[in-house]
Design a protein around this ligand. Structure first.
Ligand SMILES: Cc1cc2nc3c(=O)[nH]c(=O)nc-3n(C[C@H](O)[C@H](O)[C@H](O)COP(=O)(O)OP(=O)(O)OC[C@H]3O[C@@H](n4cnc5c(N)ncnc54)[C@H](O)[C@@H]3O)c2cc1C
Length: 314
């Protein structure tokens, strides 16, 4: 066990965790960042990002390229690192404990930055077309499908909201829903029905995806009849978009320990959770927008709050 007591432990090395590390380290706090995989979290697997303000390559860059300087900044300001998967926590005392598969870690404050994972659509060949037609984020990728045809998987309020957003870009948009009617409010249903670009196909699930380099075929199955239909991209377009909005999941580790809402950690605007000294930042918290820029902003706020909190317990 590492018995050092840090000022701040940051759980997760995605954009929120790295921004928190930068701000905490630069504030002369002792910092431990715990990450189970590679830095960058969800953005590390993204091929093309073009909406991070001030990014060095305006025409787009990979998530890994964007994140590498964030990691370097944490290093520059003295953040220590450990590669471990945290499986449990003890926030009952003044000194907080995170328990991983390799050891236990102690600090006066904790910032939870464990992010959220998109649920996959669950069809064959899905992984092959992520970033090549398949997306899970309208704000991130709508731009790439300007004037193209888009399919959306999902039939709840989030899928409907994202479809309305995407319809500003798409030439035509079809919602693919496994239920027999959309699970949305009457007002939302009306908005969808009145949108001339949006069409809804009910009782269908996506079975398989195809295409040479980019996604150009979607095989759907009617859940009532079992009939398979292949949707093919217009020849002139060559490809289309498929957005999955079947939900996100976060770690369940903090259920019953931190106040949650819909699987996400509740915070106030200072990123404080209901437990003093424990903060949450980025996609893991209840927030209206889950993007790199908002995750970084959350991380910065949480780090500065940790500094203030530590002064109160000295
Ligand atoms: C395909 C895709 C494309 C996207 N495109 C864009 C885009 O173009 N622009 C944009 O702004 N945003 C985009 N996003 C959203 C963006 O990636 C997220 O909003 C952002 O990464 C959230 O940062 P985060 O630090 O809160 O969480 P995450 O990025 O999810 O990072 C969480 C980190 O915590 C680690 N972790 C989790 N649990 C544990 C544990 N128990 N122990 C140790 N470590 C743990 C994970 O390994 C991960 O590295 C995209 C997301 C996806 C999935």
């Amino acid at each position: 066990m590492d018995s050092k007591i840090y000022d701040v432990m940051i759980l997760g090395g995605g954009p929120a965790g790295l921004a928190a590390g930068l701000y905490a380290g630069r504030s002369k706090l002792s910092v431990l960042i715990i990450e189970k995989g590679i830095d960058g979290g969800q953005i590390a697997i993204t091929h093309d990002i073009e909406n991070y303000p001030g990014q060095p390559k305006v025409d787009g860059m990979s998530g890994q390229e964007l994140v590498a300087p964030m990691t370097a900044q944490c290093k520059k300001f003295g953040c220590e690192r450990v590669s471990d998967t945290i499986t449990a926590c003890d926030f009952s005392g003044t000194i907080k404990k995170l328990i991983g598969s390799k050891g236990e870690y102690l600090a006066k404050s904790v910032i939870v930055c464990t992010g959220a994972m998109t649920r996959s659509i669950g069809c064959k060949n899905e992984a092959k077309y992520v970033g090549k037609g398949v997306s899970y984020c309208a704000v991130c990728d709508a731009n790439f499908f300007e004037d193209f045809e888009i399919y959306v998987v999902g039939g709840n309020g989030i899928a409907a909201e994202e479809s309305l957003y995407l319809s500003k870009y798409a030439r035509k948009l079809t919602m693919l829903h496994k239920g027999s009617s959309l699970a949305v409010t009457p007002a939302m249903k009306q908005e969808i029905e009145e949108n001339p670009k949006i069409n809804v196909m009910c009782d269908v699930v996506v079975e398989d995806l195809g295409g040479d380099e980019l996604l150009s075929e979607i095989v759907i199955r009617n859940v009532k009849t079992g009939e398979l239909t292949t949707l093919t991209a217009d020849e002139e377009d060559g490809f289309f978009g498929l957005f999955g909005f079947t939900g996100k999941k976060t770690t369940g580790m903090f259920d019953g320990i931190l106040d949650m809402e819909g699987g996400y950690i509740k915070t106030n605007e200072k990123m404080e959770t209901n437990v003093p000294g424990v903060y949450a930042a980025g996609d893991v918290r209840v927030t209206p927008l889950r993007q790199v820029v908002t995750a970084c902003a959350d991380g910065a706020i949480a780090a500065m709050q940790c500094g203030k909190y530590i002064n109160t317990i000295k």
